[in-house]
Ligand binder design. Structure first.
Ligand code: IMP
Length: 181
């Protein structure tokens, strides 16, 4: 568990949700006349997707994937394991991947390629946060909520040891007193 004095607000709920609303409007405009399949990367993407979907006005369906990435810096290819796949065929579908944060880019680099290989009509990425400082794979999201500094963040779906996903804002974590920077 973290000390409460280690958790600091980075993006307030109001600002975050206003931005999510903007993203929803932009996506609705860009996909006018089409139907979207939202593919949420669990667990972190769930709150973002639930909020975003309310502001998308084109028809859509939702599906979910669980991936686990081995964060071993020594494996430059980055190994990603599919723990739960989507249920629907992708052929001819407009897929929008919904992710909480792009960090090294390994997860989305793998996932985008995988979904494209299934002959989707298009595969784009919508991420709530982007942390470009740590990128090792060349991943660019078409839709980004906020670009952030290289801080460990939590809230709005993002966790620390599975907790804090329910915080209604994005917070960053500072070191505990006495802990080395
Ligand atoms: P990537 O493959 O390195 O881009 O990893 C992306 C995944 O790592 C995200 O979907 C998050 O689950 C997790 N992650 C990366 N940075 C953070 C963070 O600052 N807080 C919480 N989870 C993070």
């Amino acid at each position: 568990m973290l000390d409460s004095n280690q958790i600091h607000v980075m993006i307030e709920q109001e600002r975050l949700e206003a931005r999510i609303q903007e993203l929803g409007k932009q996506i609705s405009k860009d996909y006018e006349g089409k139907e979207i399949l939202l593919v949420c990367v669990l667990k972190g993407g769930v709150m973002f997707m639930a909020q975003l979907a309310k502001y998308i006005t084109v028809p859509l369906t939702m599906d979910f994937m669980v991936l686990s990435s081995y964060g071993n810096e020594l494996i430059s290819s980055g190994t990603v394991d599919i723990k739960k796949d989507i249920d629907e065929p992708l052929e001819g579908r407009h897929v929008l991947i919904i992710e909480d944060i792009v960090d090294t880019g390994r997860t989305l680099w793998f996932l985008k390629k995988l979904l494209e290989e299934r002959h989707a009509a298009s595969v784009k990425i919508c991420t709530m946060l982007d942390k470009p400082a740590r990128r090792v794979k060349p991943v660019e999201a078409e839709y980004t909520g906020f670009v952030i500094e290289d801080e460990f963040v939590l809230g709005y779906g993002l966790d620390y040891e599975q907790r804090y996903r329910n915080l209604p804002y994005i917070a960053y974590v500072s070191k505990a007193d006495g802990e080395e920077k």
